[in-house]
Design a protein around this ligand. Structure first.
Ligand SMILES: Cc1cc2nc3c(=O)[nH]c(=O)nc-3n(C[C@H](O)[C@H](O)[C@H](O)COP(=O)(O)OP(=O)(O)OC[C@H]3O[C@@H](n4cnc5c(N)ncnc54)[C@H](O)[C@@H]3O)c2cc1C
Length: 441
């Protein structure tokens, strides 16, 4: 392919194969890629110029913030990557309102570290290396999910460069449709360069880990789910299932949004009762940034090849809990992780943002290493399928039409499609998806 000619201002922002920086910029967390050009814009005007280059080239365009996207679509082979990681500032806009402007290229570890001196936090996810842009355009199911809600629930405005190059501010009164789409389906309407997010006052959390032997009928999981669903919103939790043949251990992690040691103990202690027998348990107070630590920061070089899918579930029933145990202990060696939802997440109206799932209590994340194309994962996930009630796009390696229907049900999907058409009529942001092979049927 002949080399693309770049406008003057972008020449210094370009990294091509052969450049010494290319090995650390070509790939994502889950996939080794070989784009022909990585652009590192430092301003909205440079983002607009990058979009113009991509549009004129006809090549696939990937938009990247932190590079942790499970689909690997934030890079590609032979196309262009628009990487906003240089636009990574964290700035307090209004001390009284705890309003913070966060560059889309920041990592959540850096956001947590910058807010800690103010005694504030923004719930994001469980990993400090995840980028702001990919997470805050889709949801954000973090360690404070039940007390704070999703990350998108606290976005008050977004600065977006539209595919036609215009920079717009989207908030409740300016471009309200765009503002709706950015919070859940933001990847399809533009390139977000910054978000204004309301932080919550929080310095210290209770952090507990409890490991139990889990019964194969799913009683352990059902009791965990019922307990967390009924618990005060301060408690957010996750469970990871570790299977060794017929033996399955459940590791519960609990985060309590409080520095009250009695409350922390009171909310975490019951977890040890849910298994066949307790294996270990511990709880302590920790500064919130320790949960999304700067120790997580690393370049993404395709180090974690994997295929992931997920299912949102109402509170676990006997049948759905048994199905989860069947998946975890099955021959396909699927890693099963559960996240407790509910609480503040479910206090938001389903049509308030493009993330419509406001009644489910559990997110089940299923992953296989190495990736294996997804056919085995689909077979492994089959027992859970009858109970699935939607999906979260960010824990999905194949964000195709099937995922779209599960993530954006009914009227939400109609509105997302219409807004993609309005803001990206030429389909510039969909080119990278179109360049990928379809999911085998
Ligand atoms: C180890 C790990 C832990 C995780 N933990 C959590 C968790 O606890 N909670 C949770 O909710 N999610 C979690 N995730 C999923 C995470 O939300 C997604 O992978 C997210 O897309 C990562 O954001 P990123 O900016 O790093 O991704 P990138 O790979 O940079 O981007 C992913 C996609 O987002 C879109 N995008 C990125 N930046 C922009 C932008 N500026 N404007 C518009 N669209 C953009 C693009 O379509 C891109 O393909 C985790 C992922 C990993 C790998």
């Amino acid at each position: 392919m002949s080399e693309l000619v770049l406008p003057g201002g972008l020449r210094d922002r370009a990294v091509r194969p052969g450049d010494r920086r290319y090995p650390l910029l070509r790939s994502t967390y889950t996939r080794v890629s070989a784009p022909s050009l990585v652009l590192l814009p430092e301003s909205p005007a440079e983002v607009a110029a990058s979009l113009e280059v991509a549009r004129d080239s006809g090549l696939p365009l990937s938009v990247r913030s932190g590079g942790h996207g499970l689909s690997g679509r934030s890079s590609n082979d032979g196309g262009i990557v628009l990487d906003v990681s240089a636009m990574n500032g964290v700035e307090v806009l209004d001390e009284d309102a705890r309003l913070v402007r966060v560059g889309a290229g920041a990592r959540w570890a850096n956001v947590a570290a910058a807010l800690a001196p103010h005694g504030w936090a923004i719930s994001s996810g469980d990993h400090g290396n995840v980028g702001v842009g990919g997470l805050a355009t889709a949801g954000g199911i973090g360690w404070l999910a039940r007390s704070y809600g999703l990350t998108i629930d606290h976005i008050r405005a977004a600065e977006v460069v539209l595919p036609d190059g215009r920079l717009v501010r989207a908030d409740a009164t300016h471009e309200p449709d765009l503002f709706w789409a950015v919070r859940g389906a933001g990847d399809g309407v533009g390139v977000v360069v910054a978000f204004e997010i309301e932080a919550t006052p929080l310095r210290t959390v209770g952090f507990g880990q409890v490991v139990v032997e889990a019964d194969r009928d799913g009683d352990t999981l059902r009791r965990w789910s019922e307990y967390v669903a009924a618990a005060p919103h301060e408690l957010t939790g996750s469970a990871v299932l570790f299977a060794d043949g017929a033996d399955v251990a459940a590791q519960f992690t609990a985060v309590v949004a409080s520095d009250d040691q009695d409350l922390v103990r009171e909310l975490i202690a019951p977890l040890a009762e849910f298994g066949v027998r307790p294996l270990s348990s511990g709880a302590q107070l920790a500064p919130y940034p320790a949960l999304v630590s700067t120790g997580h920061l690393h370049p993404n070089v395709g180090q974690q090849p994997s295929t992931t899918t997920n299912a949102l579930l109402p509170a676990l029933t006997e049948a759905s809990a048994r199905a989860l145990m069947e998946v975890a202990a099955g021959p396909q060696r699927t890693l099963v992780q559960l996240r407790a939802l509910g609480g503040a997440i479910n206090e938001v109206a389903p049509d308030a943002t493009a993330y419509a799932h406001r009644h489910q209590q559990v997110l089940a994340i299923l992953t296989q290493f190495p990736p294996g194309g997804g056919t085995e994962l689909d077979a492994a996930a089959a027992p859970l399928a009858p109970y699935a009630d939607g999906a979260y796009r960010n824990f999905e390696s194949r964000p195709d039409d099937d995922t779209f229907r599960r993530a954006f049900p009914g009227a939400t999907g109609d509105r997302v499609r219409a807004l993609r058409e309005r803001y990206d009529p030429g389909g510039l942001l969909q080119r990278v998806a179109a360049a990928e092979p379809a999911r085998p049927r």
